[in-house]
Design a protein around this ligand. Structure first.
Ligand SMILES: Nc1ncnc2c1ncn2[C@@H]1O[C@H](COP(=O)(O)OP(=O)(O)O)[C@@H](O)[C@H]1O
Ligand SMILES: N[C@@H](CC(=O)OP(=O)(O)O)C(=O)O
Length: 510
């Protein structure tokens, strides 16, 4: 028998219209009504996706704090919550390092020490995040199994002397696969039902482009809604997913934000919350300008430009899935949860200052291609991109001089050598190129703001400020969206330039 008051409470607690019917005997028709109700509940469930980055789960105390934030959302705000969690801070970096060392140094002792340190770090986190002895032991068992697996993989890399993109993704996945069980255990320790899942287990299926996987199938509704309906808080590993045949893939560094966006998209979430160590998207990186200001509201387009051009607080791939379904994104501070943060929506909110924010990208190189032979030759750009594609280079900016005699390209510093090699190969004996040179130790600075669209004189004011900061502009590019002007300067001039621009366009604007 279904207790009608339980159903009534469930109906009331969900804010559905009050369904009052006396169930004395569940006849077939009533059972069908009940089945329709549950289906309707599942269809109408409104979920909040809450992603917590590495800094937010940097140790056991922080993990317990995060668990309290999650419970507050579920209990006090009466929301259904899906949690997406990153590896504890610096763990993914340490996995990158040890995988390289396993390949290059093959020092088993070094691997054993890494495994010991990693186990201790996560054991300590369990002790500080979870009080119940029973739950601690359950979680430790999972941690032991996964760390043992990691040790075997690393020793395998050392003996085989090879580290394929697939193996690298598998190794990097352990960070999230260690933090998720601990956070889930902390939530259970606080009295709520919770389970942990990998991205693949949660229904995120990708291709096998390891290191930058693309979602090919999304079954998050099928996997997660039944758990929510039973009152569980799923804790899903960010950053990772899996192929159809179960091979673990990653979305690329910082990819947990994207995991949250994909899950929010798949569940038609009410909102996607990105919890981090700053109070939202700020007018620039607070590590460069201490008095960087919080941006209360920003549009999807502006946020996408900021993320693409270096605002590490948000992964560039996060915006699109949310924008496609009009799901708001809220960037919040784990360590100041009462702060409103930054709300990202469709509105092109004009602020007093034309420039909303200033971003930077370091560790890049500028490739300059010169050749009068390029003038008027169609297909030159295609050949340039073909060569860069062969180099598998991440092209950040490209700009062609109005005379068409030169093209400048910004790529990740690690891609510059193979890019130049492929460009020279593509154009050798073509008579189109006179010279290709490289400017290393440069950086990209971008100013972003919807107010820049069509505003006269912004470029003049911008480049005057850059000159006054002592920086010399090597390349300029304006995105087609017109909400962004980017330029390249020497990396040594980055800090004074950003400070000058922030003073000119943000601080000096009342
Ligand atoms: N415009 C910006 N607004 C806010 N934070 C920024 C911005 N640009 C860079 N950052 C940096 O991004 C960091 C948060 O991103 P990240 O380190 O990836 O955090 P998490 O571990 O939560 O993912 C901030 O601590 C800040 O230093
Ligand atoms: N742990 C992964 C994924 C990630 O997004 O981490 P964070 O949320 O701390 O940026 C990385 O370091 O890339």
């Amino acid at each position: 028998m279904i207790n009608s008051c339980a159903l009534e409470n469930l109906a009331k607690s969900r804010g559905f219209c009050r369904i009052i019917f006396k169930i004395e005997q569940l006849q077939l028709t009533t059972k069908l009504c009940f089945a329709v109700y549950i289906k309707d509940y599942l269809v109408n469930i409104m979920v909040v996706v809450m992603k917590f980055g590495g800094t937010s789960v940097g140790d056991g105390k922080r993990i317990r704090h995060v668990a309290n934030i999650v419970l507050n959302k579920k209990k006090k705000e009466n929301k259904d919550v899906v949690v997406v969690v990153s590896a504890m801070s610096q763990v993914t970096n340490s996995l990158v390092d040890i995988s390289k060392e396993a390949l290059d140094i093959k020092d088993i002792e070094r691997i054993n020490k890494f495994i010991k340190d990693t186990r201790e770090k996560h054991y300590k986190a369990i002790e500080d995040a979870i009080k119940s002895e029973e739950i601690r032991n359950e979680v430790k068992k999972v941690i032991d199994e996964r760390i043992e697996e990691l040790e075997k993989v690393l020793i395998g890399v050392a003996y085989l002397g090879e580290l394929t993109p697939k193996s690298k993704d598998y190794i990097l996945s352990f960070g999230e696969r260690l933090s998720a069980p601990i956070l889930s255990g902390a939530i259970r320790d606080l009295g709520e039902k919770s389970v942990f899942l990998t991205g693949g287990e949660a229904g995120i299926i990708t291709d096998d482009n390891f290191g930058c996987a693309k979602v090919v199938k999304l079954e998050v509704k099928e996997k997660l809604l039944p758990l929510l309906e039973k009152g569980y808080i799923p804790v899903v590993t960010g950053f990772i997913a899996s192929t159809e045949d179960g091979r673990i893939t990653t979305f690329g560094r910082g990819g947990s934000d994207y995991s949250a966006a994909i899950i929010g998209y798949g569940l038609d979430a009410e909102i996607i919350e990105i919890w981090t160590d700053v109070s939202g998207i700020l007018t620039t990186d607070p590590k460069i300008v201490k008095n960087a200001r919080r941006i209360p509201k920003i549009s999807y387009i502006e946020a996408m430009e900021l993320a693409y051009f270096g605002a590490k607080v948000l992964h560039p791939r996060t915006i699109e899935p949310a924008m496609e379904k009009g799901i708001p994104i809220l960037v919040k501070n784990t360590f100041e949860p009462e702060n409103e943060g930054t709300l990202i929506t469709n509105d092109l909110e004009m602020s007093n200052s034309i420039v909303k924010a200033i971003t930077t990208i370091k560790n890049v190189a500028l490739i300059n291609i010169f050749g009068a032979g390029m003038v008027g030759v169609s297909g030159t750009a295609a050949r340039i991109f073909k060569a860069l594609g062969k180099a598998n280079a991440n092209v950040i900016l490209i700009s062609q001089g109005s005379s068409e005699t030169n093209v400048s390209i910004v790529v990740d510093a690690e891609d510059v050598e193979k890019s130049v090699y492929e460009l020279k190969k593509e154009f050798e004996n073509s008579g189109l190129i006179r010279d290709i040179n490289v400017d290393e130790n440069v950086c990209v600075i971008s100013v972003v703001g919807a107010g820049m669209r069509g505003s006269k004189g912004i470029a003049g004011k911008l480049f005057t400020a850059v000159a006054e900061s002592g920086a010399n502009i090597k390349m300029i590019a304006q995105g087609s969206s017109e909400v962004n002007i980017s330029f390249v300067i020497d990396e040594k001039d980055l800090i004074p330039c950003v400070k000058k621009l922030h003073k000119t366009f943000i601080e000096n604007v009342e």
